[in-house]
Ligand binder design. Structure first.
Ligand SMILES: Nc1ncnc2c1ncn2[C@@H]1O[C@H](COP(=O)(O)OP(=O)(O)OP(=O)(O)O)[C@@H](O)[C@H]1O
Length: 292
């Protein structure tokens, strides 16, 4: 058995290389590392990994949520994977209470697997959430901000998101979408400050989107809210931060098993912390197996 590792050396505060070195020195079986060399290099590295993959080999992914999401899209669904988070937000790892590196490797050795659901669409998959409105705006601004780099260096990556979320109160990012449900019924929603399709509890490194959202269920939680006034937007952000989701009259929620979404031309869309350009998605559940 060989441990095949895909690692993003650029994720978070750039610990992936140190982690892979540690594994190479301490792990008792052969290890082969495939480093992503530039943005969107996951496809090429998964292809290289699969060309070496033999029955009994184990796959470990090291990176942030974006690395995991993109790698899983290209990894065949029948191949189980281990994951060690080194991103800045690590929402997936926190929600699933992923263990230390030693325990992760031990479970991988033992082949102890847990079933999760991801939602695939034409061109990618949703591991944590697809967001429009303020969350997408925060990710877009953070990706262009030098602050994220410096805060990450000081292990304060979350602070970038908090500062930009405060800016959102004044900027009022808005989204319009048309949702098509399983029964074919359509719903057009406009002027949304919050619009998230959540497969996981949190985004932005710990902000709760919906308390019951989890990759261990087969459901996608739709959470929306309009925020036309400053105080309305503040109330929405406080609802999320203070976890008052069920008590809030501002938030609308619906749980679905699959969903189609149409976006406006100029929509800012974010999936698992990455800005994407999309017109339409059909989100379909798919089972995956994580060593956990
Ligand atoms: N060598 C590289 N240099 C620059 N970008 C890379 C490299 N390898 C992968 N990427 C890109 O990095 C992005 C993923 O980053 P990732 O989400 O893993 O880290 P993060 O943003 O720090 O963490 P988190 O999402 O948990 O906040 C993807 O778009 C991926 O294609």
């Amino acid at each position: 058995m060989t441990l095949l590792i895909i690692a993003n050396p650029h994720a978070g505060n750039r610990q992936a290389l140190a982690v892979t070195k540690k594994i190479k020195y301490t792990y008792h079986k052969p290890v082969q590392v495939f480093l992503t060399r530039y943005p969107d290099d996951e496809k090429r590295q998964v292809e290289r990994l699969l060309s070496q993959y033999q029955e009994g080999d184990k796959v470990l992914i090291i990176g942030g949520d974006g690395t995991l999401s993109k790698t899983l899209y290209y990894l065949p669904k029948t191949v189980p994977f281990g994951y060690y988070p080194v991103g800045s937000g690590n929402d997936f790892a926190h929600a699933l209470h992923l263990p230390s590196l030693e325990v992760t490797l031990d479970r991988l050795d033992k082949g102890q697997k847990t079933e999760i659901t991801v939602f695939t669409y034409q061109g990618g998959l949703v591991l944590n959430s697809l967001d429009l409105g303020f969350a997408a705006y925060v990710v877009k601004e953070a990706s262009q901000s030098r602050l994220k780099y410096w805060f990450n260096k000081c292990h304060l990556g979350k602070l970038t998101y908090i500062l930009i979320a405060i800016k959102c109160l004044f900027k009022q990012p808005r989204a319009d979408v048309t949702l098509t449900y399983e029964d074919g019924k359509k719903q057009s929603l406009s002027d949304l400050f919050l619009c998230s399709l959540a497969n996981n509890r949190t985004f932005g490194g710990g902000v709760v989107i919906w308390p019951e959202a989890s990759a261990t269920t087969s459901r996608l939680e739709i959470v929306t809210a309009q925020g036309s006034s400053f105080w309305g937007r503040l109330a929405i952000l406080l609802t999320l931060v203070l976890k008052r989701h069920h008590k809030s009259s501002r938030l609308s929620h619906r749980s679905v098993r699959r969903l189609s979404v149409d976006f406006e031309d100029d929509a800012i869309i974010e999936i698992d912390g990455e800005i994407v350009v999309l017109k339409h998605v059909d989100l379909t559940p798919e089972k995956r197996y994580i060593y956990l």
